[in-house]
Ligand binder design. Structure first.
Ligand code: NAP
Ligand code: ZN
Length: 353
């Protein structure tokens, strides 16, 4: 077993605190990763605060993990010591069902194992995530990070990147399509960069007029302020595709008006019931509604390689693990530009004289 420092939430109302965990001995296909950086996703907060009513405490969040291979199991064949690697939202799935066979492990018919708050398929132990100094993961769920990418900025690709890449690819977004990204946060800012690099004409649809300048710098051609009724009217039927990253219950009907005939809006943010959708808005223009969960391992590697080719990383603010609770507050207050990433050296140095 490997003694591991971590930060955990012990209840929905408490702040995250130092915690000690043990990582398992390496199975034959396992990799021991020395964690260097870990991004802070809004899902970490939803889980720490038990918003989805499924949190098992103590929980160690973190599923945007970048690290260095420290040790490999006997049968590991694709990675070597010192490789820079990534781990996203999943660490296992059945790997045999029809979804897994298609490379869609996130839709595993037998349930994938989450990087945190999941249950190890062999030991039954709860999984602990990347707010820790090391992790053991089987090699099929470890990703290769292109060498030219800044490793701290690459961390958010493991969740924010793949969660926006997967729907853009699945719904065939292509050059000159009009794409609207709703919500400029961690997911939204990656979506702008990726859609722009795919050649789409990108509009940032935001509640925050002050983010307009940033949105243009990130690659948006246009800004639409969703609280401006006149501006929303003038964008009527403008879009082929909308990606909705709003993290809470909301009224999506005003956005449906923005879709062309046959256009599609895909939800990746709110997973609770939202305000009822007016079916007339869909039927009248053969519009579509979809939703999407993270992305499979193969497509995650494709996304990372694409980011390597186009030199795409996340815009980040690096924090120490000791600042995690303030970071959570700032994310909830919509004050992050556009992803916090924890430098895990701060954890390794904690309490060291
Ligand atoms: P984030 O950084 O907090 O960004 C969310 C953005 O949504 C905010 O910056 C804000 O942008 C906008 N927003 C917030 N509240 C709003 C409201 N009430 N009405 C309209 N817009 C609002 O969060 P994130 O990390 O990008 O995550 C977004 C959501 O995706 C979270 O719920 C997260 O759990 C979920 N998620 C889903 C998946 C998946 O697989 N489907 C994966 C990862 C995360 P503006 O200021 O521009 O309006
Ligand atoms: Zn996430």
């Amino acid at each position: 077993m490997y003694n591991t420092k971590a930060y955990a939430a012990f209840s929905a109302s408490d702040s995250l605190q130092p915690f000690h965990i043990e990582r398992r001995e390496l199975r034959d296909n396992d990799i021991l990763i020395d964690i260097l950086f870990c991004g802070v996703c809004h899902s970490d907060i939803h889980t720490a605060k038990n918003d989805w009513h499924s949190t098992k405490y103590p929980v160690v969040p973190g599923h945007e993990i970048i690290g260095r291979v420290q040790k490999i199991g006997k049968k590991v064949s694709h990675f070597n010591i010192d490789d820079i690697v990534g781990v996203g939202c999943m660490v296992d799935s059945c790997q045999t069902c029809t979804s897994c066979q298609k490379g869609l492990e996130q839709y595993c018919l037998n349930g994938f194992t989450g990087t945190y708050n999941g249950k190890d398929k062999i030991s039954g132990a709860y999984t602990f995530g990347g707010y820790s100094d090391k992790i053991v993961v089987q090699e099929n769920f470890v990703l290769r990070i292109p060498q030219n990418l800044d490793i701290a900025g690459a961390a958010p690709l493991l969740c924010a990147g793949i969660t926006t890449w997967s729907p853009l690819k699945n719904w065939n977004v292509k050059t000159n399509d009009h794409v609207g990204i709703i919500g400029l946060g961690g997911l939204g800012h990656m979506a702008i960069k990726l859609a722009h690099a795919m050649g789409a004409k990108v509009t940032m649809i935001t509640t925050s007029p002050q983010k307009g300048k940033d949105a243009k710098r990130l690659g948006a051609d246009d800004i639409l302020i969703s609280t401006d009724k006149e501006a929303m009217k003038s964008a009527y039927m403008k879009f082929d595709f909308l990606l909705n990253t709003i993290p809470v219950k909301h009224d999506a009907n005003p956005y449906i008006h923005l879709l062309k005939t046959d256009g599609t809006m895909v939800f990746v943010g709110a997973i609770e019931p939202i305000e009822p959708i007016h079916m007339g808005l869909l039927i009248g223009k053969r519009r579509n509604i979809g939703a999407s969960l993270i992305g499979g391992i193969k497509e995650t590697q494709e996304m990372l390689d694409f980011c390597g080719e186009h030199n795409i990383t996340s815009d980040i603010e690096i924090i120490s693990i000791q600042d995690i609770n303030q970071a959570y507050e700032r994310i909830v207050k919509n004050e992050v530009k556009y992803r916090f990433v924890i430098d895990m050296n701060s954890l390794k140095q904690e309490n060291k004289e």
